[in-house]
Design a protein around this ligand. Structure first.
Ligand SMILES: NC(=O)c1ccc[n+]([C@@H]2O[C@H](COP(=O)([O-])OP(=O)(O)OC[C@H]3O[C@@H](n4cnc5c(N)ncnc54)[C@H](OP(=O)(O)O)[C@@H]3O)[C@@H](O)[C@H]2O)c1
Length: 198
């Protein structure tokens, strides 16, 4: 049982928190109430960022002390929205939110994952017609191993998890958000994941 803080209680945060609790972890969910994120992060070993990507850098840097020595699992996408409310463009072109977080929080192990799928897939990967991919990006092998184990708890088969390498590889998975509005306009909100087929 790992103490986990989930920042954000929306579609992603709520879904991940429920599934991780079912898997036996001790999960605290922080909403936007003042101090909630700091309290939850202080008590956790793993902190999951499930808040909007646009303000994530500022919000997480404010938690520098609470995040020191912890694993920060970033599942967010930092985008500007189009007039239809769907993601339209990257906020960190030529870089990524994950890289910016790792630079700003050198004593925290940032691992990017699960940002390349609609939220129901994160906790039910075996419900798609083809095996999906969960990508991992991060500098610390031990932190990535811990996140792999969390993914396994969420139902991810080992062979569906692809470690792309260092945190710089997150710029590839974060750029995959550019597919999302077009896929949704074509096939609606049917769950899908951007995956590698072999
Ligand atoms: N939805 C997906 O399928 C999906 C898939 C992959 C990645 N993501 C990423 O996951 C993140 C969360 O997405 P979501 O769909 O769960 O969004 P959501 O349903 O809108 O939930 C966002 C959560 O963050 C909270 N929040 C918003 N602004 C905040 C602030 N300034 N301080 C603290 N908390 C704040 C919201 O609180 P309030 O309810 O009070 O506003 C809500 O609990 C985003 O970065 C998104 O890009 C989403």
């Amino acid at each position: 049982m790992t103490p986990i803080a989930v920042l954000g209680n929306g579609r992603v945060g709520g879904n991940l928190a429920a599934a991780l609790t079912r898997a036996g972890h001790e999960v605290t969910v922080a909403d936007r109430a003042p101090g909630a994120a700091a309290d939850a992060a202080r008590r956790a070993r793993i902190v999951i960022n499930a808040t909007p990507g646009a303000g994530s850098l500022e919000r997480l840097v404010a938690l520098r002390e609470e995040l020191r020595g912890k694993i920060l699992v970033d599942v967010s996408n930092a985008t500007t929205d189009g007039p239809d409310g769907l993601p339209a463009d990257l906020i960190h072109p030529g870089s990524s939110l994950a890289e910016r977080l790792q630079e700003a929080l050198p004593e925290t192990h940032v691992v990017k994952t699960l940002n390349t799928m609609l939220f129901p897939v994160m906790t039910a990967p075996d419900t798609l017609t083809q095996p999906p991919t969960a990508f991992l990006s991060g500098e610390d092998p031990q932190a990535k191993q811990t996140v792999r184990e969390l993914l396994t708890d969420l139902g991810w088969h080992k062979e569906w998890i692809t470690d792309l390498g260092g945190i710089r590889t997150a710029r590839a998975t974060e750029a995959a958000i550019l597919f999302v509005p077009h896929v949704i306009r074509t096939t609606g909100f049917t769950p899908f994941a951007i995956s590698i087929a072999r």
